[in-house]
Design a protein around this ligand. Structure first.
Ligand SMILES: [Zn+2]
Length: 187
C-alpha cells in the first residue's frame, strides 16, 4: 500500500499548491512549510485533482447561492403579488359595498363615484401587478366589463336613472365605457 501523500494532508496544502503553481522553488516551499523536496515532487501530480475538486466545490456553492437567491426573489415576488391582489380584492369588496349601499339609499351620485373609484383602483393595481411581473405589455385598461353581469345590470339602471333625473353627471370615466347608455326614455 503506497504511503499517503503528506502534502495532500498538510494544513497548508492550498498555499503549497499555489506556491507550486506560481513556480516557487521546492527549496523555498520546503523552507516555508517544513516539507521535503521529495514529498513536493511526489505531490505535484495531485494538484490537478485538488484544483478540479476545489473548482467543483466553488461551482456547487455558487449554484446553491444562485438557487437560494432565486427562491428568495420568487417568494418576495409572490408575497408582493399576494399583497397587491389582496388589496385589489379588498378595494373591490369595499367599493362594491359602498355601491350597494348607495344604490339601496338611491344615492346615485355616490353609486357612480364608487364605480369610478373602483375603475381607477383596478387600473392602478393592474399596472402595479404588471410592473411586478415585469411584463412588457402596457398596463391593461380595465373597463366596466370587469364587473359581473349582475353589477352591469345594476349599473345600467343606475346610470339610466341618474341621466333621467339629471341630478348627477356621469363621470367621464364611466361615460367612456362601452356601456349602452340608453337615451333617457322619459315617457
Ligand atoms: Zn499530494
Amino acid at each position: 500500500m503506497p504511503k499517503p501523500c503528506s502534502i495532500c494532508h498538510h494544513p497548508n496544502v492550498a498555499k503549497i499548491n499555489a506556491a507550486i503553481i506560481n513556480g516557487t522553488s521546492y527549496r523555498d516551499i520546503s523552507g516555508r512549510y517544513g516539507t521535503s523536496k521529495s514529498a513536493l515532487e511526489r505531490h505535484r501530480p495531485h494538484i490537478a485533482k485538488a484544483l478540479a475538486k476545489a473548482q467543483k466545490a466553488v461551482a456547487k456553492r455558487d449554484q446553491a447561492i444562485a438557487e437560494k437567491q432565486e427562491t428568495a426573489t420568487a417568494i418576495q415576488e409572490a408575497v408582493q403579488a399576494g399583497t397587491l391582489l389582496e388589496r385589489l380584492f379588498q378595494v373591490h369588496r369595499d367599493t362594491r359595498e359602498i355601491f350597494k349601499e348607495a344604490r339601496g339609499a338611491k344615492d346615485h351620485t355616490t353609486a357612480l363615484r364608487a364605480i369610478a373609484r373602483m375603475e381607477k383602483q383596478l387600473e392602478l393595481e393592474a399596472r402595479l401587478l404588471g410592473e411586478l411581473k415585469d411584463t412588457t405589455p402596457p398596463a391593461p385598461t380595465i373597463d366596466l366589463s370587469q364587473l359581473s353581469d349582475e353589477d352591469l345590470g345594476h349599473l345600467e339602471i343606475v346610470i339610466e336613472r341618474a341621466t333621467i333625473r339629471g341630478r348627477s353627471e356621469v363621470p367621464p370615466a364611466a361615460a367612456d365605457q362601452p356601456i349602452a347608455l340608453e337615451e333617457a326614455k322619459v315617457t
